[in-house]
Design a protein around this ligand. Structure first.
Ligand code: ZN
Length: 239
């Protein structure tokens, strides 16, 4: 089985489904993760005025490139903790994917799908405050539309603590719960690899909060700890 995980930013994959990823790699499922945006904010200079043209001076550009490199080192560490060997980086603008056409993002995802040919695709939930997360949900939904050529049987969305729950007007309503009782310590360890993304409690991206969220979903589903997902679509040939 092949599982494709499409995320906006490095750390989304851990926050949303780090324990499930560990379960998948332990089961020798062929997992590929694609990080669509750089994960580094402030592409624009401080003198930026509303224009489609990026205006980054050399100093800012050098600083950003350093930050991107450092973040990608963290990704390498997190991937090795989770046993993921296949991952790739795209360079969509961080926190500005709403400025890119849905068509452009969809085409990129379609190319990734046609190369990898996944059975199952995971991505962001539409009930989310982050514009990149929302853009990816819609593009993924388009890119995974059923066709004769596609092998995709399931499309599933995950939550991202510090983003999904802050979209106060809408609700993430999970209907899939994965038991991560055994994998929770590995999830938290992988999250610690993202040293600049971890905060102190009560921030949702704190170890205490992530532990509590896993236990909260566990209490909903009868497990010691769980990750929660929403099934978007399931296609089956047989019953
Ligand atoms: Zn994100």
């Amino acid at each position: 089985m092949k599982a494709l995980i499409i995320v906006a930013h490095p750390d989304d994959e851990i926050l949303g489904m780090g324990g499930t990823i560990k379960k998948l790699t332990d089961k020798k499922v062929n997992v590929k993760i694609v990080f669509m945006a750089t994960g580094i904010f402030a592409r624009r200079s401080e003198t930026y005025s509303n224009s489609a043209r990026y205006d980054i001076d050399k100093k800012l550009s050098t600083k950003m490139n350093k930050q991107v490199k450092s973040l990608r080192n963290d990704v390498n560490k997190a991937m090795s903790i989770l046993g993921v060997k296949n991952f790739q980086f795209e360079n969509f603008p961080d926190n500005e994917m709403d400025t890119i056409s849905n068509l452009q993002i969809t085409k990129k995802i379609e190319n990734i799908i046609s190369e990898f040919n996944p059975d199952i695709v995971y991505t962001h939930n539409p009930h989310d405050i982050n514009v990149d997360h929302k853009a990816l949900y819609h593009a993924t939904l388009t890119a995974t539309r059923p066709s004769k050529k596609s092998n995709i049987k399931e499309v599933i969305t995950f939550e991202v603590p510090s983003s999904t729950e802050w979209d106060f007007s809408s609700n993430f309503s999970p209907n899939i719960f994965v038991d991560i009782s055994k994998e929770l310590p590995v999830k938290l360890k992988a999250m610690k690899a993202y040293k600049n993304e971890i905060h102190d409690f009560p921030h949702p991206r704190s170890i205490t909060a992530l532990d509590s969220i896993a236990k909260r979903w566990g209490s909903v589903s009868g497990f010691q700890a769980a990750e929660a997902f929403t099934l978007v679509r399931k296609l089956q040939k047989t019953v």
